[in-house]
Write a protein that binds this ligand. Sequence first.
Ligand SMILES: [Zn+2]
Length: 272
Amino acid sequence: MVATLPVLKDFTEAVGGPHVRVVSLITGFESEHTYSPKPSDILSIQNADLLIKIGLGLEIWAASLIENANRPDLPIVTTSNGVALIKDDEGHADDHGDDHAQGNPHIWLDPENVKMMIAVITKGLIAADAIHEADYRKNAAAYIDRLDVLQKNLQAKVNGLQDRAIITHHPAWPYFARRFGFVIKGNILSQVGSEPSPKRMGQLIRLIKQEGIKVVVSEPQLNQKIPQILAQETGVRIVSLSPLPGAIPGTEHYLDLIRYNIETLVAALGGA
Ligand SMILES: [Zn+2]
């Protein structure tokens, strides 16, 4: 099986256990928006019995792979099916990005969405391999239980915070922020691959100073130069959080990633 993102590989392995072998096309070190497929990706698609993706136009780079691998027959599990979407409606003058016209695709950063995604994956695995249905259902239920316990534990840490205002690197975090109660005051990049204009940089610097924003979230997959400039100009604290597992040591699995992201952000905002 092939997953487009490492987070989907992790979910599929959690449900599939020993019955699945999953390859992720991108690693946690690459951006989900600007990935350039490797020749070996075509081979992976040629040999796949199932493709697991987010959908919502996120994996624009996957369509040509399927075409080049000549696999129009490849069954696809679209994990955003049924998830209530957030539309990007930040009205910055600089935002020309219409990247997320179908809804913001970073659904997995809210554990409640993950519960639905796990259900979609479970259904997909059962459709592909009905013999192991009981195992898939049992694994999915166990995973959702673990996620539930972790989510409550992390929510309690966030609830102790006074200050929850952040600026984020690219618009990956609206589901995460809404679930846990952070307030995103702005994004450095309206879409990955662009650079903020000098005017936008001025706006960000004024925003940080006027609103007394203490923390800017940078991401290891993106250029660190702009967050560093913001830190130099305003003294704001830069904290690196990852939307994808594997980029930061100890975050190879989603449960560890979401714990890392919350605990790091809570500490930076002055919590325990
Ligand atoms: Zn993204």
